[in-house]
Write a protein that binds this ligand. Structure first.
Ligand SMILES: NC(=O)c1ccc[n+]([C@@H]2O[C@H](COP(=O)([O-])OP(=O)(O)OC[C@H]3O[C@@H](n4cnc5c(N)ncnc54)[C@H](OP(=O)(O)O)[C@@H]3O)[C@@H](O)[C@H]2O)c1
Length: 247
């Protein structure tokens, strides 16, 4: 990995980055913090022909994907992405545990899925106790099913009729989870942006075109927004950057 723009990391432009250097380039700047991590093709697709993002990412993107998990207290993912990508509970890669420890984060990495309907996606049923939470509203049709699958404590009621994402972040902060990562999908990212809650977009630009009709990484209903490029890294022809929503 080669650092093209170092931002405030104190690293040198052009430097080759090992995992420690990459962790410095992606250090969380303040607390609390919410960032997203998404991959896009050069023609703006958020998935490939199999409707999954795994067919458009690269090895370099995978390294950053795992690192961002390791630097987070919890990962927030929309229920649509859980269903489409077949997510199960998440974990930190063993080689990244030392970096995670040095960042002062707990060993466990909870997955928080967000759903209006409130049904726990099938691939998360049977996850080890405590590994998965579901955020929904009090009137969600699936809330009782989710409570019996996960336990009351793991179902976050964030509003009466719809999921209030600010309320969700507040509930995660009160559990001590303040360094937060969302891995999408596009509709959830658009909602976080619309609510003014996203501090940073970590985007990977994958060196391929897929053609066809694919979702964009940020849902089409997102409002225009100017971003500030903070860090840029290159690996295997893939560009990985950090864009801030406010300075
Ligand atoms: N390129 C990437 O990095 C990347 C990352 C993630 C996903 N993807 C791709 O994106 C596609 C899925 O897109 P998507 O936009 O449907 O994903 P999504 O945002 O994860 O899923 C939409 C669903 O998530 C829940 N949800 C999202 N925002 C919500 C909100 N504000 N409040 C309450 N619930 C909310 C709802 O679930 P309920 O229906 O249960 O109510 C909604 O139907 C897949 O093809 C996936 O592979 C790509």
């Amino acid at each position: 990995m080669r650092l093209l723009l170092p931002g405030d990391s104190g690293l040198t432009p052009g430097e080759d980055l090992n995992l420690e250097g990459l962790a410095a380039a992606y250090a969380v700047p303040s607390d609390p913090w919410l960032r997203c991590n998404m991959v896009t093709t050069l023609d703006g697709a958020a998935n490939g022909p199999d409707s999954r993002s795994g067919s458009i990412n690269t090895e370099a993107d995978h390294v950053v994907f795992e690192l961002l998990r390791a630097l987070s207290d919890a990962v927030i993912v929309g229920a649509g992405t859980i269903r489409d990508e077949g997510y199960s509970a998440v974990a930190v890669a063993p080689e990244l545990q030392p970096i995670r420890e040095r960042a002062g984060l707990a060993e466990a990495l909870p997955l928080v899925t967000v759903s209006r309907a409130g049904f726990l996606p099938p691939t998360l049923r049977g996850a080890p106790p405590g590994d998965v939470l579901l955020a929904t509203s009090a009137s969600a049709p699936g809330i009782n099913q989710a409570r019996s699958a996960l336990g009351d404590d793991q179902v976050l009621v964030c509003g009466e009729e719809d999921v209030d994402l600010r309320d969700l972040l507040g509930q995660l902060h009160s559990r001590g989870w303040t360094s937060l990562l969302t891995e999408g999908g596009p509709h959830l990212i658009a909602s976080f942006l619309a609510a003014g809650l996203l501090d940073e977009l970590c985007f990977t630009i994958s060196p391929r075109l897929v053609g066809g009709d694919h979702p964009r990484p940020v849902g089409a209903d997102a409002a225009p927004l100017d971003l500030e490029l903070a860090v840029l890294v290159e690996g295997d022809g893939t560009l990985m950057g950090r864009w801030l929503t406010r300075s």
